[in-house]
Design a protein. Structure first.
Length: 342
């Protein structure tokens, strides 16, 4: 049984069904749906989709490629940089639904609007429940917001993927399918009550910033707006957990890296063989869980450590001053951090 029908849970379910393993996925929500997400896959996740025979589904659904990226802080901006491997962009509204359909077409049992059992540590249960909620992370509470700008609004982006930094957090702006723009932000809670009353105004960025200038007249699609609170950004090790976890249920990489969706698919792929061997009687549950944990720790531990450093750099005061301008323009830093968070 897989608890959670997001990217990781559905990809794992599809991979297991392709090996003939009976799978039940319990999902608290339903499809289609909007989720707080950057809505692009940058990294090894695309290779996993290809291995599972899913890449064609994404292309038929209208996925597009992002080939360039840049960082912006206020009115200061980095050069437009070419991505070594183009990212794959598709709204979660379409993505989750097509993965759910693919799983069901393979004979998987997908139970929506179904709450998880109380014991996620039971034998044969995999937790793919998404972000783990928390009250604080070193004194800071984080929350995410997302909304789409429709194709009727012309937003003059300089790159396919843009990350806008400020003292209030950071906001990613991405071209996605159907010529829409995805605007997704991560914000720390503050005690000075400087927030606008409207949450959609948070996504427009600070007054006087390049982002605010671009989005000042944009109209967000109200049905696409979604939010999530209590985001846990502290790296977790799979070997330290009592449950068998994949995706964000295992650990969440800071969104600024743009690698979270890829990690969801990668962790699912790492779990397929041990779970298939458990189903076939070649491994005990303890052995299968141990193999999955070891594989995930080997694949992600260093990546998460570098991601935490990058997260600190993006939200610290150094990004706001002269040093921040230097860092934005540093091709060396870009190449270094991009390689180490993939």
């Amino acid at each position: 049984m897989i608890i959670g029908g997001g990217l990781a849970g559905l990809a794992l379910g599809i991979g297991l069904r392709q090996r003939g393993v009976p799978v039940t996925i319990q999902e608290a929500g339903d499809y289609p749906r909007h989720r707080v997400c950057g809505e692009f896959i940058s990294g090894n996740g695309q290779a996993v989709l290809e291995q599972l025979g899913l890449l064609g589904y994404f292309q038929k659904a209208g996925a597009i490629h992002a080939r360039t990226a840049k960082f912006v802080c206020g009115m200061r901006r980095s050069p437009v940089r070419k991505l070594d491997v183009p990212a794959l962009c598709l709204s979660r509204y379409k993505m989750d639904a097509l993965l759910a359909t693919a799983f069901r077409d393979l004979g998987g049992d997908l139970r929506t609007a179904c709450r998880a059992p109380s014991d996620a540590r039971a034998e044969g249960v995999v937790a793919a429940t998404g972000r783990r909620l928390q009250s604080a992370d070193h004194g800071a509470r984080w929350f995410g917001l997302k909304a789409h700008v429709p194709n009727t609004c012309q937003i003059p982006l300089e790159a396919d993927l843009e990350m806008h930094l400020s003292r209030d957090g950071y906001i990613g702006v991405t071209r996605i399918d159907a010529a829409q723009i995805n605007v997704c932000g991560l914000f720390p809670a503050r005690s000075d009550n400087r927030r606008p009353d409207s949450k959609t105004e948070w996504l427009r960025g600070e007054p006087g910033s390049l982002l605010n200038e671009r989005l000042s007249t944009a109209v967000f699609e109200s049905e696409s707006f979604c939010s999530v609170a209590g985001i846990q950004l502290k790296p977790q090790r799979a070997s330290a957990k009592a449950e068998c976890c994949i995706g964000d249920a295992l650990t969440m990489t800071p969104p600024v890296t743009g690698n979270g969706m890829s990690m969801a698919f990668e962790s699912a792929e790492l779990a397929i063989s041990p779970l298939a061997d458990f189903s076939g009687g070649q491994l005990t549950w303890s052995e299968a869980r141990g193999q999955i944990a070891a594989k995930c720790d080997a694949a992600f531990s260093r990546r998460l450590a570098w991601a935490r450093i990058l997260q600190w750099m993006m939200v610290s005061s150094i990004s706001q001053g002269a040093l921040g301008s230097f860092l934005l323009g540093s091709d060396w830093l870009w190449s270094w951090m991009f390689a180490r968070t993939r």
